[in-house]
Design a binder for this molecule. Structure first.
Ligand code: GTP
Length: 596
């Protein structure tokens, strides 16, 4: 297709505002899938995505649409909707000239949508504002059209009104995309350059890489090179999704499609990288490539120790499809053998954990999520700490922690509640704007560690569910942080070590000591439960001793009962963990880690 007849766009929307439904409707109206064949929510292929109603991986679909007798090809590029995947969103947007800003007409815009709208505006994309779900009785299109018009800088009358459900307004939206979104421009005679905006592992076909061609042409059987690594591959297949993958004769300027090279790991075909010709490579890449950097770490342990090899194989498999997932083996006194894993954020952690449990039938326990601290020692050494139990002993000079810029959107009634929460989490206010008299945008700088610790839940509960949150990394800062250890009879229990702000060390220590004291069964001797910073004890509880053993109840009389008791005890022993001399059932540790 000639570039003049191409339109590349994405849909920016908050979870549940109806992106998948609208995308389905577009596929149906353009005749790409007929109604009967239309699987509900065609674009979301992963089961978990569908069940949780979130879009994780972006993909692209090509649709024909004729305006004024000219047949155009529209490429719809799907974007993930969650805060952990901002980088993937930015690459999807970089592959487009336009973006549909889709807002639920009964809800108004949310923080993540706003953040992605700003990304699109920075990238000079043409924004097409659309209110969705106008069939709902609760829809307030007039009110929210004002709000969106203010953000985009257009007339409220220019905000389209559609219903993905009934199809109302959708043909007009397709027309508008053709009329408003600029056609792609590029140099057809230059060496090939294409940007990777998604990369998906497929069990049968290996990695399927989605690209947008900027210059030149990609042909079947061509030898290509990845510009970040200089690795070269032969193209085994090149094509477009419409919506099933269909091989084509190649992709030219502005076109969007997929490549298959036979590589087996998405790390060999990374989002943001530039694909070029191996024989006649381009001089410069397209820019914007970034290595995925895990921000949140957590230990994952199988509840049943014999599942360790299953967990290892499962992680190896997931990694093929997830360039951001990192892990290494970890051994814990309390939890046994497992892995220290790094994630982009909390949702990413949750998704990985859920996939492990569901697709590989594992029961897992995860330790409290921790961010990456940079510890500068007095002797000049700098240590990066992803596991609190590895916090260096000795002369610590400065500890630096990652910070984020957070945006909260909330009804103006809740400004006080939001500010209070952010302040209690060491937040620093950066600014505040009213989107309308009823809705306000608050901007804060916050330590990432404070966000990963139930910030979102607190925000939701303090605003009756009305606030929404988005954040992006904003460097690091020095902070007064200490490591708090939890000890049983003087022995550290690694899984409970935490790096916390000095002001929160005492509450954390008291809480953990209290919790464990209740959960640890009484032993033959007294067990002190302590929380300590280095050698200084900051909290103490005691598990009192029992004097009699289990058998004393039986008076030596009933021999079968005695045997049963002994057997039961033996069975229990299997899951017992020894901390020094103290015997603790693993369940107690798990309960202490998962309690609220
Ligand atoms: P994610 O995939 O989680 O990003 O959500 P989404 O934005 O794709 O939303 P989805 O299309 O799954 O729609 C969310 C809910 O809104 C579903 O229950 C839809 O049935 C409903 N919905 C979507 N569009 C409309 C609409 O135009 N009108 C009405 N009444 N409901 C709609």
């Amino acid at each position: 297709t000639a570039p003049a007849l191409l339109r590349n766009f994405s849909i920016i929307a908050h979870i549940d505002h109806g992106k998948s439904t609208l995308a389905d409707r577009m596929l149906q109206i353009t005749g790409v899938v007929d109604e009967r064949a239309m699987r509900a929510q065609y674009l979301d292929r992963m089961d978990i995505e569908r069940e949780r109603g979130i879009t994780i991986k972006s993909q692209a679909v090509r649709m024909p649409w004729t305006v004024d007798g000219r047949a155009h090809a529209l490429n719809m590029i799907d974007t993930p909707g969650h805060v952990d995947f901002t980088y993937e969103v930015s690459r999807s947007l970089a592959a487009c000239e336009g973006a549909v800003l889709l807002v639920d007409a009964s809800q108004g815009i949310e923080a993540q949508t706003l953040a992605n709208l700003y990304l699109a505006m920075e990238g000079d994309l043409e924004i097409i504002p659309v209110l969705n779900k106008i069939d709902l009785p609760a829809a307030q299109p007039e009110r929210y059209a004002e709000e969106i018009a203010g953000l985009v800088g257009c007339d409220p009358a220019d905000v389209l009104r559609v219903s993905g459900k009934t199809g109302e307004g959708v043909p007009e939206l397709l027309d508008r995309i053709v009329q408003r979104v600029p056609a792609p421009v590029g140099d057809p005679d230059a060496p090939a350059r294409a940007m990777i905006f998604d990369s998906v592992y497929d069990t049968y076909r290996g990695v399927v890489t989605y690209v947008r061609v900027v210059d030149g042409h990609l042909d079947p059987r061509q030898r290509i090179a990845m510009m970040s690594t200089r690795a070269t591959h032969e193209l085994l297949e090149i094509g477009v999704s419409s919506p099933e993958p269909t091989p084509s004769k190649g992709l030219g300027v502005g076109e969007v499609g997929y490549l298959i090279t036979g590589v087996k790991d998405v790390r060999q075909s990374r989002v943001g990288d530039t694909v070029t010709d191996a024989v006649k490579p381009a001089k410069d890449d397209l820019g914007g490539y970034r290595d995925p950097r895990p921000m949140v770490f957590s230990g994952l342990f199988p509840l049943d120790g014999s599942d360790y090899p299953v967990l290892r194989d499962a992680l190896d498999k997931l990694k093929l499809n997830d360039a951001a997932l990192v892990y290494e083996p970890e051994t814990s006194v309390a939890l046994g053998f497992g892995f220290r894993c790094g994630f982009l954020g909390l949702l990413h952690l949750e998704i990985v954990r859920e996939r492990l449990e569901r697709e590989f039938d594992l029961d897992l326990i995860s330790t409290a999520p921790s961010v990456v601290y940079e510890v500068r020692m007095d002797d000049g050494a700098v240590v990066s700490v992803t596991n609190p139990s590895e916090f260096p002993e000795g002369k610590v000079g400065e500890v630096r922690e990652p910070v984020v810029k957070a945006t909260v959107l909330a009804p103006s009634d809740y400004i006080g509640a939001v500010m209070e929460l952010c302040q209690s989490r060491r937040g620093e206010m950066l600014g505040m704007d009213y989107l309308s008299p009823e809705r306000v945008e608050l901007r804060y700088q916050l330590p990432l560690a404070e966000i990963v610790f139930d910030f979102f839940d607190q925000l939701k509960s303090k605003t009756k569910g009305y606030a929404s949150l988005d954040y992006e990394p904003a460097g690091d800062q020095a902070a007064d942080l200490v490591k708090v250890d939890v000890l049983l009879q003087g022995e550290k229990v690694d899984a409970f070590s935490a790096i916390v702000h000095k002001d929160k060390a005492y509450p954390y220590g008291t809480m953990m000591a209290g919790r464990l004291q209740k959960l640890i069964p009484r032993q033959q001797f007294e067990v002190p439960v302590q929380a300590a910073i280095g050698a200084r004890v900051i909290a103490r509880e005691t598990v009192r001793a029992i004097r009699k053993d289990v058998l004393s109840k039986c008076y030596g009389g009933d021999i079968t009962r005695k045997r049963k008791l002994l057997e039961k005890q033996k069975e229990g022993k299997k899951r017992m963990k020894m901390v020094g001399r103290v015997e603790v059932p693993q369940e107690a540790f798990i309960a202490a880690l998962t309690a609220d």
